[in-house]
Design a protein around this ligand. Structure first.
Ligand SMILES: Nc1ncnc2c1ncn2[C@@H]1O[C@H](COP(=O)(O)OP(=O)(O)OP(=O)(O)O)[C@@H](O)[C@H]1O
Ligand SMILES: [Mg+2]
Length: 267
């Protein structure tokens, strides 16, 4: 059958993340602190997964391990079949604190991030301008962070992450510090980019509505050391918005509230 032949010949989709029994124990003043219980999960290529759970349960620890910033105590993490061992251009990371260099322009900040991936300078410039245009900052490349609004700065941070064209995008409460209006427009922008690029996204948030509006799937973690205690498939049609919710949205919302309340009580 010709249809099957096409499927067999197609290159595998990129951005496949496989976490197997990943465990992290930190040493703190000579004591062992288990930050992450052995945890297993898969992020399918092109999927959008949110991770939610009480403060200190290990969400950032898990994200930093997938990013290659924190080594595992045991278990394994693979991205597209290769073991994670340090930062890689295939995996982009974005945090709440955008930490732009004030002495570099918007374009300079994006280009600087590409330097460590050994990209030649002409190509860096081109990639930076493209990424800035993609986040709606065309023509703002020569502005310094001090000349941009908070929302624009967070767009520069997103451009910086996107410029290396990662297959996986890890976001740790990226919009947590923004005002409600700016936050909504960043969520919309992220969805537009995700739908165009089909990047695999792992998105940490404390905001149930943010998770419900953005994700295909929500993983709920228990209190430390975090385990995944529930997995919610969000099938409400897109585009979604908090002003236009269906019964499934309401049911998922109550389920998450209940889970998070009981996860917090296990302290
Ligand atoms: N580098 C480190 N050294 C020692 N302990 C750490 C380190 N990083 C994190 N921890 C501990 O690991 C646990 C999990 O922290 P983590 O930052 O992953 O939580 P979180 O779920 O992201 O919380 P929040 O929602 O507040 O951001 C905490 O007890 C924290 O103190
Ligand atoms: Mg965190």
């Amino acid at each position: 059958m010709s249809g099957m032949a096409v499927a067999e010949n197609a290159a595998p989709a990129l951005g496949d993340v496989l976490v197997r029994l990943a465990e992290i124990v930190f040493k703190q003043k000579g004591r062992d602190v288990q930050a992450l219980a052995p945890i297993s999960l898969r992020l399918e290529p092109g999927s959008f997964t949110s991770l939610i759970g009480p403060s200190g349960c290990g969400k950032s620890t898990l994200l930093n391990a997938i990013a290659g910033f924190t080594p595992l105590t045991s278990g394994s993490i693979r991205v597209d079949e290769s073991e994670v061992a340090g930062a890689s251009p295939r995996v982009g990371v974005m945090f709440q604190q955008y930490a732009l260099f004030p002495w570099f322009t918007a374009r300079g900040n994006v280009e600087f991030a590409l330097k460590r991936f050994d990209m030649p300078s002409a190509q860096r410039r081109d990639a930076a301008l493209k990424a800035l245009a993609e986040v709606g900052l065309e023509g703002k490349g020569d502005y310094y962070p001090g000349q941009l609004s908070g929302g624009m700065r967070q767009r520069v941070a997103l451009a910086r992450t996107l410029a290396a064209r990662p297959n996986v995008l890890l976001m740790d409460e990226p919009f947590g510090a923004l005002d409600a209006q700016t936050r909504l427009s960043m969520q919309e922008l992220l969805l537009v980019i995700w739908e165009m690029r089909r990047t695999t996204v792992l998105f940490i948030t404390h905001d149930i509505d943010e998770a419900l509006v953005l994700s295909d799937r929500i993983l709920v973690m228990s209190a430390a050391p975090g385990r995944i205690v529930d997995e919610i498939a969000v099938s409400s049609p897109r585009p979604r918005s908090v002003e236009n919710i269906d019964d499934a949205y309401i049911a998922n919302r109550s389920r998450m509230l209940r889970l998070l309340r009981s996860a917090d009580n296990t302290h």
